[in-house]
Design a protein around this ligand. Structure first.
Ligand SMILES: [Zn+2]
Length: 407
């Protein structure tokens, strides 16, 4: 599998202004679409820990921290919702520890929305350390080699114990490449696991650490799989929708397939997901790509790229990417990005940022991460605004599409 080891993971131009308020069936999550521009939508959803304006980019906080950035800075940046990784928190500090401390919001002092993955992606990344059966997945910890087991029931129990606002069904993330028959079998198992995830969640949702205090439950999203086959993507979407979730994710992408294929598989699935529920594309993408995914109707995205790239000195700017360690910045008094309004660009020079990075100073990681997150969040803010004022098609025309770019 071409996938990063878990130890390295952090984990048509028509515009209308309409207000449709849609109550999701059964489970809580109110999703409101405010504006459409072609297939792109701007909206908002409401969680027990606050509102999220969409389209939204969710930074990765693997171990209940966005590496190197304090929570107050995330608030200043306008981060609306964070992603935490269940696999990592399950191993350390442990679900029971977090549950006893009131859940992950209190634990990490973040009184805003949080989403957890189910642990499926990370467990499936442990290709040499896992064994998959219909019941679930036996795996060994990447930390100490100890034996563990995740089933749809135990993964959902872990997510309930951690207490994020939005939690994900336990799925099998099919490897790439995979044969058609193997991909179909995997998709069928993910559908059975989706049903089991939902059953367990419905029986235990009131066990969330803050349920009594907030009087609201978490929200469980289903996940579409289907590998690199458009017909399986479509079938997976249709049958996941039949199970009925308040939101849907498209998973199993960005696992080593070429970029145009990522776009094609997203496109094959998204047209079969309901209009009135949030759509979450997992694990993408570059600043240019996320704009095109919004154009296709995606509402939520997460990616390690801005934070991980920042720690390796790769910075996204309005003028393209730059590698801060480059010697040409050694005497550069200018800001990282003259068009960025983040506090790093307001205060520090490229020369200083290069010095910090070259000297392996801790502050380099913090400042680089703040800027990259600001770039992503500002991009989404501008995209949202463009959809609302009906100018998204023009906005999009200046951005290179991922399905036409060189893989
Ligand atoms: Zn900046």
């Amino acid at each position: 599998m071409k996938r990063t080891a878990p130890s390295a993971l952090d984990s048509s131009p028509c515009s209308s202004l309409e207000m449709t308020e849609l109550q999701s069936s059964g489970m809580s999550l109110r999703f409101q679409i405010e504006a459409r521009d072609g297939t792109a939508r701007a909206g908002r959803f409401f969680t027990p820990h606050g509102e999220v304006q969409t389209p939204v980019f969710m930074p990765i906080g693997t171990l209940a921290t966005v590496k190197g950035v304090p929570q107050d800075t995330l608030e200043e940046l306008g981060v609306q919702i964070l992603l935490n990784n269940t696999y990592h928190l399950y191993l350390r500090p442990g679900v029971e520890t977090v549950r006893r401390l009131g859940g992950v919001h209190k634990f990490m002092a973040w009184d805003h929305p949080i989403l957890t993955d189910s642990g499926g992606f990370q467990v499936f990344s442990l290709s040499d350390l896992r064994k998959v059966t219909e019941v679930g997945v036996a795996f060994r910890s990447h930390l100490d080699g100890s034996s563990h087991f995740f089933s749809p029931e135990s993964a959902i129990a872990a997510e309930i114990g951690l207490g994020a606002d939005i939690i994900m069904a336990f799925d099998e993330c099919t490897e790439h490449p995979a044969e058609y028959a193997r991909t179909r079998d995997s998709m069928e198992m993910t559908l059975r696991w989706a049903r089991r995830s939902k059953d367990h969640f419905e029986a235990h949702q009131e066990e969330t650490p803050w349920f009594a205090e907030r009087g609201e439950a978490q929200t469980l999203f289903g996940i579409v799989q289907g590998g690199a086959f458009a017909d399986l993507r479509r079938e997976s979407a249709q049958r996941t929708v039949e199970i009925d979730f308040p939101g849907y994710a498209i998973g199993g992408l960005s696992v080593g397939e070429p970029r145009p294929m990522t776009y094609e598989m997203m496109d094959a699935a998204i047209r079969f997901l309901p209009e009135d529920k949030p759509r979450y594309l997992m694990g993408v993408g570059t600043p240019e790509e996320i704009i095109h995914y919004v154009a296709a109707g995606v509402d939520m995205m997460d990616c390690v790229l801005p934070t991980r790239a920042a720690r390796h000195g790769l910075l996204f700017t309005s003028e393209g990417r730059l590698t801060i360690k480059n010697a040409r910045f050694a005497g550069d008094e200018g800001p990282l990005d003259p068009n960025c309004r983040c506090k790093v660009c307001a205060r520090y020079s490229r020369a200083y940022l290069r010095h910090l990075y070259a000297s392996n100073e801790l502050l380099a990681q913090t400042l680089n991460t703040i800027h990259n997150l600001a770039h992503y969040i500002d991009t989404m803010r501008r995209v949202r605004q463009a959809i609302i004022v009906g100018g998204f098609a023009k906005f999009l025309s200046g951005v290179r599409p991922p399905h036409l770019s060189v893989p």
